[in-house]
Design a protein around this ligand. Sequence first.
Ligand code: TXA
Ligand code: MG
Length: 330
Amino acid sequence: MRTLLLDAGKIGDIDRTVAILKNSGTVVVPTETVYGLVADMYNERAIRSVFSAKGRSFDNPLTVHISHLDQLEDLATGLDRRVTVLSEAFWPGPLTIVVRRTKKVPDLITAKTEHVGVRFPSGSVIRKVIDKLGSPVVAPSANISGGISPTSFKHVFDDMNQKVDAILKGDDSEFLGIESTVISLVENTPKILRLGAISLRDIRKVLDNVDIKLSNKVTHYRLKRKFDILAIDDVHCSFSDYINEKKETNIAALCFIEDESEIKDVACVTYGSVYNTSEQAKNLYNSMRKLECLPDYVNKIYVHLPKKEKVNSPVFSKILEFANFNVVNT
Ligand code: TXA
Ligand code: MG
């Protein structure tokens, strides 16, 4: 399949995107979090192409993206006060809410369950696309299933060229860099299924009794090369001293810009300044992808965890997932 390259900054390219979607096609579109692989939610052929482009299993449901709150009525039933509270606090924005679905939502999207994940993004490009299409869309992250979400045109091109009808390039400097937080309201106790751009602390400010139950389906980073990954929480000894004292020859560090000059004879991939959490979030996935290009002898990665705010930092939680919860306290 030939993939058309479009630019969200060009007049007419959003209309071209919508024309492709109306014609049962799939297009990679930027959202405020990461790039999404978009298809019309009511077009079965297009939805099947989304699963096949990503190599995604049909038992992993897709989330529906809306551009107006009133579109929720068609999709969800039994909505209660908690939906109002969450949507008033975080929509439009990086929160996906899993609720009971209506019959209108195709089985293919929900993995034949009675629930649907809905997100009202704040990204202006994706919202224009939904508005012009006149119906909600599915938009899973536009990476190969199990891989790392794309935060640049290069990432989507590497993963999706020749697998989708078009890629609509956005402004890569504008991504938050981490996916939406997914919260399920299908039981009495709200459950966070994926930690993302909205922190647990922020959600607890507006909603009581929130639990975390990370789903296997969403904690899923896989690099194209196999590494042992250890997350380092430098409580007593600095990250650089810890690495330098190891004197291991097969290692690399995923660390802050400030660490680089302190670490001796070890390849470093940085993901921003220790002081700048939004920069860390923006860069994290690009830096993870860079690890795939390290020399062959490297088979172990030490990752420097951010210091502040721990559980409340989206970057902190993403690194824990990446390291499969292997944490070393120095
Ligand atoms: O920020 C985001 O949410 C991005 C951008 C593109 O919008 N999208 C995204 O979609 O990350 P995806 O499909 O890569 O991740 C959504 C996760 C899925 O892994 C899925 O397992 C979970 O949300 N999910 C979706 N619907 C669900 C449902 N009905 N019940 C439980 N989990 C659900
Ligand atoms: Mg994903």
